[in-house]
Design a protein around this ligand. Structure first.
Ligand code: ZN
Length: 125
């Protein structure tokens, strides 16, 4: 893609209050940079990121992306964990998308159940 054009389109979309398009383009740009893509020559990388962050913040309410929600495969833990990073930091494992679950869109194994499982494996040996 052409990040220059994408950036200008994003800018234009924000001006026209087309937040859905602006958000899509912001995400595309973020993805582009995450892959190590070059920066449009009119802008510094920092200015670019600041604006992308701003667009993502301003458009977050209209986002149709699924919000991260998590439930343990063995118990009902997981409430209040808002991001996958947080879940991993708290010791969750086997986090995977579970879009057919009514309670949450990700399932995993909570730290408590993980420990129980590990103890069971030990007992069997
Ligand atoms: Zn659990």
């Amino acid at each position: 893609m052409d990040p220059n054009q994408t950036f200008l389109d994003m800018f234009e979309a924000m001006k026209n209050e087309d937040f859905e398009t602006a958000r899509e383009l912001a995400l595309a740009l973020q993805h582009w940079f995450a892959k190590g893509g070059f920066c449009p020559h009119h802008f510094t990388r920092r200015a670019m990121q600041t604006y992308i962050d701003l667009v993502l913040r301003r458009t977050s309410e209209i986002s149709r992306e699924p919000v991260f929600s998590l439930i343990c495969q063995h118990c009902d833990a997981g409430e209040g964990i808002k991001t996958e990073e947080l879940a991993i930091a708290e010791g969750w494992s086997e986090i995977e998308p579970a879009f057919d679950l009514p309670q949450a869109n990700y399932s995993g194994i909570c730290p408590v159940c993980k420990e129980t499982q590990e103890n069971e494996i030990d007992d069997n040996q």
